[in-house]
Write a protein that binds this ligand. Structure first.
Ligand code: FES
Ligand code: FES
Length: 171
């Protein structure tokens, strides 16, 4: 039986004008359809605090906040962020500003070792502390399960997140 010919895949290239807010600053850029958010942030905007580890959605190192929600910058196309409010780890305590509660907790609890995974953990923890209600332990565990730390630092990372949540919501 003759099978119908498979239609050719749509041409994935093409350029788009996007406008977004990155760490409080409005950014206008022309981006190719296939450009990933992580590459826009790191290569085009110089925001290298967002780390790319696995680049296929497993490790969580690339986590940034898009409209307040943690998002994997390696799985998100830049064009999808048109109109969005984006925050990277550079938005926390810029310049001489005091550390945020989450940053302080990671510092005090030594919630990092090599630090490669830390920006992603910090952004997820930031989203948890910005919720209206305190997240349950199960929700915290679920959120942290989206991150891999190769230095096996989970114990201190969990302590840091707990400390930040205690400070934000009360013990
Ligand atoms: S680099 Fe995005 S999840 Fe690993
Ligand atoms: S602190 Fe090294 S990978 Fe997490």
């Amino acid at each position: 039986m003759n099978r119908p010919a498979t239609p050719p895949l749509a041409e994935p290239s093409g350029w788009h004008d996007v406008r977004l807010t990155v760490n409080g600053t409005e950014v206008a850029a022309q981006v190719e359809s296939r450009l990933l958010l992580g590459d826009l942030l790191r290569d085009r905007l110089g925001l290298t605090g967002t780390h790319l580890g696995c680049e296929h959605g497993v490790c969580g190192a690339c986590t940034v906040l898009v409209d307040g929600e943690p998002v994997r910058a390696c799985l998100t196309l830049a064009v999808q962020c048109d109109g969005a409010d984006l925050r990277t780890v550079e938005s926390l305590a810029p310049g001489d500003a005091p550390l945020t509660g989450v940053q302080r907790a990671f510092h005090e609890c030594h919630g990092m070792q090599c630090g490669f995974c830390t920006p992603g953990f910090v952004m997820t923890a930031t989203a948890l502390t910005e919720r209206a209600d305190r997240p349950s332990d199960a929700e915290v565990a679920d959120a942290l399960s989206g991150h891999l730390c190769r230095c096996t630092g989970y114990r201190n990372i969990r302590r840091a997140v707990r400390q930040a949540l205690d400070e934000r919501f009360g013990e």
